[in-house]
Design a protein around this ligand. Structure first.
Ligand code: DX5
Ligand code: ZN
Length: 224
């Protein structure tokens, strides 16, 4: 299985000092910086776009992981690539022609990801899986930080990991929503290896301790 990676989501950071927050989680041991882009249409919340990502790009050398919760993602991927995203993940539910959307990301040279909401089955990935670097399985409904982990996604994670292994692929399985030192245990056992954590990092006083505790939860599940 791929390496365990912890990706703090700046959705729960202090937006009045975003650059400093990105630097702080970088120094605290994060592996990726997760960027939750929301357009107020695809999800009932609005966050930030490429200009803000570009503005904080200089605050960290870590990979920038853009999670686009937006309508018409094909129209935007080039702008997120230019802003400094290293991986670009779009929602299958927001794309009319998913294969075309994936190619649009690949054309930018960035890592390509597809995200599925909790209710969405894995079938839509069947014929695009080979073109992906990452699959993001939402473990809450998208739009807000601080929600509770939805356990039925564990079954979906297991099935996806089986499919990836059976096809001999090397694709990251990322879980996003309600991840903390406890929920990460079963999530890791189910086969996920990249974990987004918003409130479990930014709503604590010590980011380094929070990230270490989350990582320890995954390592326990792997018997390390
Ligand atoms: C929700 C976002 C998540 C969110 C996770 O739509 O995609 O990345 O920040 O927040 P927590 O970790 O607080 O559930
Ligand atoms: Zn996210």
């Amino acid at each position: 299985m791929n390496q365990i990676l912890i990706a703090p989501s700046i959705l729960s950071a202090d937006f009045s000092k975003l650059g400093a927050e990105v630097t702080a989680v970088t120094e605290a041991g994060a592996d990726w910086i997760h960027l939750d882009v929301m357009d107020g249409h695809y999800v009932p919340n609005l966050t930030f776009g490429p200009a803000i990502i570009k503005a904080v790009r200089g605050s960290s050398d870590l990979p920038f992981d853009a999670h686009l919760m937006i309508e018409n993602p094909d129209d935007w991927v080039a702008q997120y690539a230019a802003a400094g995203a290293d991986s670009i993940t779009i929602h299958a539910e927001a794309s009319r022609h998913l294969h075309r959307s994936v190619q649009a990301i690949r054309d930018t040279g960035k890592r390509a990801g597809i995200s599925l909401n909790p209710h969405t089955g894995l079938e839509c990935l069947d014929y695009v899986l080979e073109d992906l670097d990452l699959v993001l399985l939402m473990t809450v409904n998208p739009g807000f930080g601080g929600q509770s982990f939805i356990p039925s996604v564990l079954r979906k994670t297991e099935r996806l990991r089986e499919t990836i292994e059976a096809r001999g692929l090397s694709i990251d399985i990322q879980l996003d929503g309600g991840i903390n030192p406890t929920t990460i245990h079963d999530a890791t056992s189910a086969g996920a290896n990249v974990f987004v954590a918003g409130s479990a990092v930014f709503k604590t006083p010590d980011y380094a301790e929070a990230i270490a505790n989350i990582r320890a939860g995954a390592e326990r599940a792997l018997g390390k």
